[in-house]
Design a protein around this ligand. Sequence first.
Ligand code: EPZ
Length: 422
Amino acid sequence: MDIFRIEGPVLLAGSVSIKGSKNASLPIMAAAILAGGESSVFGAPDLSDISVFSELLEQLGCRVTKSPDGRLRIDSTVVDNPVGEYEVVRRMRASICILGPLLARCGRAEVSMPGGCAIGDRPIDIHLRGLRELSAKIHLENGYIVAETQGGLAGAEIFLGGPFGSTVLGTANVLMAATLAKGRTTIECAACEPEITDLANCLNKMGAKINGIGSPRLVIDGVRRLQPVEYEVIPDRIEAGTFMVAAAITRSQIRLQNCRLTNMMAVVDKLRRIGVTVEPEDGGCVVAGTERIRPADVTTQPYPGFPTDLQAQFMAMLALADGNSIIVEKIFPDRFMHVAELNRMAANLRKEGPAVIIAGVKKLIAAPVMASDLRASAALVLAGLAAEGTTIVNRIYHIDRGYERIEERLAPLGAKITRESM
Ligand code: EPZ
């Protein structure tokens, strides 16, 4: 199993180009199921999650190939096995977003129920509720969701809100299914994440009729069929945010290329409030850390609020702020596996229910730490860049799920980070 060895503290400099969005690529790959034929996705990052999703699509009958230029070709002419097997789904929860497209394309789908997750309870009741509103018959059998339609799906008025507000993949599932349903569907309390906007734009390019894109009310007029598409995914705003925090936590200045600040306004606003400068420039920005990181209050919310996927990274940074901060996690109230690990690096964090109180310290001290999930592992790498001494990050397979060879992107910026097999 690989580990990262990180020498700190370091000063970073130079530029990094942001990769395509993982969380836009996955539902867009699922959308290829809707149109028989060959679709191409450009810019999908080279990540284990993308490979697992390709494997899943192959299981359904699709053919997935990747060309040297990173183009993902998904041939969905044949989808003769609408079954998402446990062995694949258990490795990646996002597999659930094949349910809607399979139902719409094949009239039947069997998808393994996703299991537990390190970041907390993640039910899919809203996905199923939305698909039932589109007249799907759904039951659970041996751990599999079995969904069927008689004579195709039918449009409906659907409120898709839940206890934590909108659901991203729930919106993706119902939106994709509604594109081929008879009549009109209105989704109220739809997720407005840029990844959903990207999916909806891709579906419209395939011939769907979706209005209200980017708003909490999506109106979809069903069509008889969709066409294969060639589509380029948006840059990854969470990866961009992670590199911005790398600059802030090391008090460095770096340039980010290929990042869209318009998709990250809550993040940029928070960085500026703590003293970091973020200067837009063509297709990117220059981020400069500050000697004195000001404390801040951060509450995670559905987009356009502050993203939960940057909560851990900001916690690592605010651990070094000049004063007390508080982070409230309103999307995944138990998403705090990184707290104990950061405290091992001499941070002063105290968990209180869905919040963490952060008493800023002068410095972090290196230690061996354990990654538990994708974003927590990114936070530990960032802490290692700023900490005094040698940090060992274990179980880095978590980080490979969402960041393409991050050590090869950080090292040219001056980070002393190596991957070692244990
Ligand atoms: C997506 O997950 C992202 N994953 C997550 O990113 C991200 O953290 C999350 O959205 C929130 O922004 C992908 O896009 C692949 P939700 P998703 O449904 O869609 C509750 C990363 O690090 N809920 O929006 O699964 C749920 O428990 C990953 O890249 C229900 O109660 O998240 C949560 O509390 C981690 N019932 C809240 O809603 C449901 O049926 C939001 O979850 C669905 C969700």
